[in-house]
Design a protein around this ligand. Sequence first.
Ligand SMILES: *Cc1c(COP(=O)(O)O)cnc(C)c1O
Length: 428
Amino acid sequence: MRYYSTNGRAPLASLRKAVVKGLAEDRGLYMPERILPVPEEIFRSKSFTEVSMAVADAFFGEDIPAGELRRIVEETLSFDCPLVEVEPGIYALELFHGPTLAFKDVGARFMARLLRHFTAGTEEIHVLVATSGDTGSAVANGFLGVEGIHVSVLYPKGKVSPIQECQFTTLGRNITALEIDGTFDDCQALVKAAFMDEELNGAMRLTSANSINVARFLPQAFYYFWACAQLGGRGNVVCSVPSGNFGNLCSALFGKRMGLPVKRFIAANNANCVFLDFLKTGEYRPRPSVQTIANAMDVGDPSNFARIWDLYGHDPDAIRADISGASYSDAQIAWTIRDCFARTGYLLDPHGACGYRALKEGLREGETGFFCETAHPAKFKDTVEGIIGKPVSIPDRLAAFMQGEKQAVGLPRDFSSFKRYLLSGAAP
Ligand SMILES: *Cc1c(COP(=O)(O)O)cnc(C)c1O
């Protein structure tokens, strides 16, 4: 399979190149040249791994030997993504049973193993990732213990919640946390500057684990097929996806092209509603993000819009035929968490709450719906406890992180200090 750039001015790339480089030369996002159908019998399967193998084979089968691909899929899916009924006709696809309790675990674990497959036996790879919280923990845990790859997580000092911080500062082994005396934007600027620096790139093999990488976003289609298999071939299925950078929804849309039996999708946003405005006007107008209590969706210029735009042939009406939108304020999110918990006993996190509400408001007669519950509510303990007025218990695997010892290297925010640190070999 070859990959083209959404900007159309870069040469076609192999899977290997698309994974190792992340972004095309023309700054566009890579797209698979063809989308292959998956066999219909997978919807009768009772195994998440078998369903996922069929999907993985369609995406990656031409480029990775079957046995190796199976090993990568099996190692990635060390946890289930169960479909849980919240109320009649409405199901939660729980994507928070992985190591860091959020859906990004799936993509990060798959990418780590695919990168190792392509680079094993060559020199050590150094992954740089800037985080405002969730991405760092998913990437760090996804790459933990993967041979031949070292990860440096750059995060802004004092601007990440203690629950988030402990998920990447307590790991040790091949993961180094770099506590930068600056903002998230400073962290991101340092990573970008490192990729541009000739001397650094001559001395070490640097790569990014950005969410736009095809190895992170395509495998997310696995759990959409698994959701439909769990629904047992029921028709008239609607799927609602809490969206920020639109990687998660985008993988579902690829799924639809491969035969995922979902009739239509809802993109559920917080107050950052660039996509909803696009659906209304047909014009895409990015703007600065605003801060909300569903902060992993605080995105004002979603990168994966370029993929959706390309997938639907630059036609707003074609997009509208498959996807509708919704947007909720913090007050509406809080009300939804409280209301759903009081009526059903199901505790939503602030992101899943957007997905649930959009589904509940948008579901029509005769339809069955599921929404992605993208994170465990305990990840947003203070917010959720403040809303429901009750303590939220912390799952064991999250509590284990909180007991670990914090190890971080403090650095100022200037590039020369960061570069000196990388070249010193202090990070193996
Ligand atoms: C990243 C994230 C999202 C948004 O997903 P996108 O793929 O960026 O649209 C939603 N919920 C949670 C909990 C997240 O961590």
